[in-house]
Ligand binder design. Sequence first.
Ligand code: ATP
Ligand code: ZN
Length: 302
Amino acid sequence: MDMQVSLLDRLFDAGLLIETGVDGLYGRSGQFEDVIAGFERLIDRFGGADGAEAIRFPPGMNRAFFEKSGYMKSFPQLAGTVHSFCGCELDHISLLKCMDEDGDWTEGQKATDIVLTPAACYPLYPTIARRGKVAQTGALYDLQSYCFRHEPSKDPARQQLFRMREYVCVGTQEHVTDFRQSWMDRGLKMMELVGLDVEIDVANDPFFGRAGRMLANNQRDQNLKFELLIPVTSSAKPTACMSFNYHQDAFGAKWELALEDGSVAHTACVGFGLERIALALFAHHGLDVKQWPEHVRTALWG
Ligand code: ATP
Ligand code: ZN
C-alpha cells in the first residue's frame, strides 16, 4: 500500500493528477492527457488498418440495457446508478431542510434512465443487435469511454472513473478467438515499443460473492480472460493494463446477435486501461516526460 500512496502523492505533487477529495476520482493535467493521446495514436497505428467502425458513447448507458446485461448479478458492488431529484416544490422545501440539518438528502433521489457505463463495450451489444444480422465475415468496433466502478482506493491505478479503449469483434468462434490472439501479440509489441516490461497471464473478473468464486474459477479454467500485466506500484503484483476477453456466445445469446447463417454470434473484446498505461509509463520512465528515452517519446509522439 505504501508504494501506492507514495506514487499517488508524487503524481499530485507533480500536478499530473489533481486531487478531488475522493479516492479514485482525479483530475488529469494536460501532460497526463498528452501521454494518453500519444498512446491512443499508437493503438490506431496497430489497429487502424483493420477497418473497425468507431463509435463513442457517453459515459452513461440506458438503464434498461444495463439491467438486461446481468451486470447486477455478477458485479453489484461496482455499479453506479444516476439518481435525480424528481419531486414537486414541497419536496424541494423538505430537501433543502434536510440538507440544512445535515440529514441524508439523497434518500429522496429517484433512479433515472441512465446508469454509469461499467465497461466501454456494454452499450455496444444492444446497439448492434438492433441493426440485424452480422455479416458471416464478422464485424469489428472501436470504442472508448469513461467507465465507472465503485472501487475507491489509494492505488492510483484503481480509479472510480477511468477510460477504456476497446476493440470488440463479433463473428464465428474461430474469427473472434483469432482476433483476441492477434491483439495479445500486438499488445506485447506495443509495450515493447514504449519500453515497458510485461507479462500476459490468465485472469478472472471480480465476480461478487460465493457464487462468484465459481464463475471466476470457471472463467480461468476455460482461458476466457487474459490480462497484460505491467509493474506500476509493485513488481510482485503487477497491474492489469490490458485485458483480452472471449465471451463465447454469452453476449450473442443474451442480445440475440446472429450471423447471416442464423448461428449465434461469438464475441471477444480487448480493452486498454488508458490511465493504467499512462501510470505505468510515469512509474517506469519518471514523472518528467522530457526525460523519457528517445525511442519511447518517438513511439508516442513521432
Ligand atoms: P482488475 O482485476 O484490476 O480489477 P478488471 O478485470 O476488473 O481489472 P476489466 O474489466 O478487464 O478489468 O477492464 C479492462 C481494463 O480496464 C483493465 O485491463 C484495466 O486496464 C482497466 N481497469 C479496470 N478497472 C480499473 C480501475 N478501477 N481503474 C483504472 N483502470 C481500470
Ligand atoms: Zn469489454
